[in-house]
Ligand binder design. Structure first.
Ligand code: AMP
Length: 216
């Protein structure tokens, strides 16, 4: 099973990706997580990516494509994979399909998560995460047991720099300009399914499992 989760930032792709990867026994590849890891480790790539991420812009295609191809070639992806947050441009999508074609593979399904803009902003601005184990919470919909601290590590929860109000708007504009064209791109290839991303996590999860089970 080779799946892409497509949709605006904050729509819930990451939360669902962890669950789906476990349930279907496939490897999750989140370019946002990989880039944040590189930033934390202060690698050359991380230092380059940091400035783009802080401004809410996309990291250059060649940097992200390199990261993804390295992961796709690893043994963990043999049973399939779930791409969360990649591709985000038509150039990335083209590169991905030629890379897979070279291995005699192809994407089976692209799930496009849709949600009204007001809900997206509400989800992003309430998002908090644990700096240690990276667990993601939401002030209202997924609150930690003890206010402000991680259930597992008891570390104080943090807000991502790029989830702050001044950056959210530019990320949404970048999404509309650079990533939204991928909806039509994958529709044209007959592999796009739209998923209603509204409601509680468990409701979205149920709809998603049904969709992916059907398209297996
Ligand atoms: P995310 O966690 O998916 O919201 O990604 C956080 C940030 O990482 C984005 O705002 C971009 O700056 C960068 N990023 C993640 N994935 C990509 C990608 N496929 N292409 C370019 N930049 C990306």
């Amino acid at each position: 099973m080779r799946v892409i989760f497509l949709g605006p930032p904050g729509v819930g792709k990451g939360t669902q990706a962890d669950f789906i990867a476990k349930k279907f026994g496939i490897q999750k590849i989140s370019t946002g997580d990989l880039l944040r890891e590189s930033v934390d480790r202060r690698t050359t790539l991380g230092n380059e990516a940091k400035l783009f991420m802080e401004r809410g812009e996309l990291v250059p295609d060649n940097v992200v494509i390199g990261l993804v191809e390295e992961k796709l070639g690893s043994p963990e992806c043999r049973n399939g994979f779930l791409l969360d947050g990649f591709p985000r441009t038509v150039a990335q999508a083209d590169k991905l399909s030629s890379f897979l074609e070279g291995n005699g593979e192809a994407i089976d399904r692209v799930v496009y998560f849709s949600l009204p803009q007001a809900d997206i902003i509400e989800r992003i601005s309430g998002r908090r995460s644990c700096p240690k184990c990276k667990a993601v919470y939401h002030l209202k919909s997924i609150p930690p047991k003890k206010e402000g601290v991680c259930n597992e590590c008891e570390m104080p929860l943090m807000q991502r720099n790029d989830d702050k109000p001044e950056t959210i708007q530019s990320r949404l504009v970048v999404y509309q300009k650079q990533t939204e064209p991928l909806i039509q791109y994958y529709k044209d290839r007959g592999i796009l399914s739209e998923l209603d991303g509204s409601g509680v996590v468990s409701a979205v999860q149920e709809r998603l499992v049904a969709l992916l089970t059907q398209s297996r």
